[in-house]
Design a protein around this ligand. Sequence first.
Ligand code: ZN
Length: 287
Amino acid sequence: MTVLPAFLDAHVHLTLIDPATLLSGGIGRVLDLGGLPAASAIDLPEAAYAHQFLTAPGGYPTQQSWTPPGSVCPVATRADAAAAVDRQADAGASVVKVTLNSVAGPVLADDVLVAILTRARERRLPVVVHAEGAGQAERAFTAGADMFAHTPFSERLDDGLIVAMAGRMTWISTLDIHGWGARNDDFARACDNLRRFHAAGGRVLYGTDLGNGPLPVGLNRREIEGLLHAGLSPDAVITSLIGTAGLAWTQDRVTVIPGARPTDPAGFVDWLCTARAVAATDVKEDA
Ligand SMILES: [Zn+2]
């Protein structure tokens, strides 16, 4: 048996799923990247929240059918930025989620983006950006974003930019949303970017965008296979699962994986996917 820190899915939307099987599926912590906080319950993973999506008026995901009512905070001008960040911070947010999706509507201007990041720093909140569309990932990085909610997939980022990003950014993987097993061009571009980001020393967090399409509620085997495909070693995959995203987690939960860890990659994935999240005290009682 192997006991590890509680696994984190660093990109979920709790309001879009039934989270009841997350713990038995190996996920002990979740970072909710947009939506309204769910009622907390003892048998759910520990959750940290972004609360509302900060976006340009009419910007993504204002017009999406899945967007929970009240979960978007439009930011029109630089002068609106501080209040928008404060609203999330005062509601208990652990991160600020910003969307820059030029494929699905208008995006924030550079000065508004910088004003959001400035206020988030003052409130000591990391900023997680959904960057989509040509040039949006570079804009987010230049403005000072801390994390990407998705491995960039709209375009191949050049090596110099990737190395610069690896110096100070964390990327949340979300590879499997690109086809849910039917790997498409976005999957290939994301893996190409992630392979170079990881090789350059960039920090990678396992994250699935749970709530976006047909994803399993628990560890996602296809996401793990995607991380291996993008050049992460089995040890690096585990590192991506036990990261804290720089947040303070308080519940005393651990991940338990029965049996010995296989040395071959296929066996490793099978073994990892039998993980369960349990209270640390339960493990001690078993021992
Ligand atoms: Zn998402």
